[in-house]
Design a protein around this ligand. Sequence first.
Ligand code: URA
Length: 301
Amino acid sequence: MPAMSDAELLRHLAWQVQAGADEAIGETPVDRYAARPPAARPAPAPAPEPVRAEAPAQPAPAIATAPIAPQPASPPTAAAPAPAPAALRPAAQPLAAQSTIAADARDRAEAAQSLDELRASVEAFDGCPLKQTATNTVFADGNPKAKVMFIGEAPGEEEDRRGLPFVGVSGQLLDRMAQYVGLDRSSFYITNVLFWRPPGNRAPTQVEVAACLPFLRRHIELVGPRLLVFVGGSAASALLGRTEGIGKLRGRWMTYESPGLAQPASALATYHPAYLLRSPAQKREAWRDLLLLKAKMATLN
Ligand code: URA
């Protein structure tokens, strides 16, 4: 590779950080292109995964397309783009392996009789490849005895660093939204569909969701909330098995049932705060959702 100026190097570094390669894992840099014979070099990588940019008007399946973070920008020079960092690309898994992993996740999740056991079980589970690139397992926050449980999509950078859900910028907005209806983390419980951060905040794949879903379902059973709030399309479609976009699913009460729940929970989907930060005009709709939540909370005994 021809020598680059400091300014060019900085631009490339900034691009990598934006794309999610934001943790140093060695003391010294390694030029993996130099280490490989030319014949073994990979063809240019395909375009990056669809990004998380929740688009309510699009009815596409939400697990694959309900996006919430800005797309990593292209490298800011005219030079040929480097292949996407391997950690950003989800590894392909044969179908048989996927079903073995899902069965293992189900067995482990069903065996958990308490939240502590479930947390330990999630932490010991190696079936979701995201665990390898994450810094922390992000299990939950808030009051597990609360009547209201929020479920988001996946940890972002700050959540990965701190091991807690919704503690970054979008989490701050979610906390403010919850305050409008008189809730804070002592009166709600919160978790995500995925326990580990997708590199570069890309959208979760269906394989990743399938690996984590049995734990999430058991999580809900062990908490036993009266009300569930699906924060964004991923949570709504994963738990309801629906393919409509969040724009269609939000704004009305639905029912979530599970054999381990003493009674079905009422479930409401709303826009993800990361989407609201980028599309403030939709805050009006989110506000309507919050009013629905407030009215329903008033009916609980
Ligand atoms: N977005 C989510 O869906 N979950 C988090 O924990 C943070 C951001």
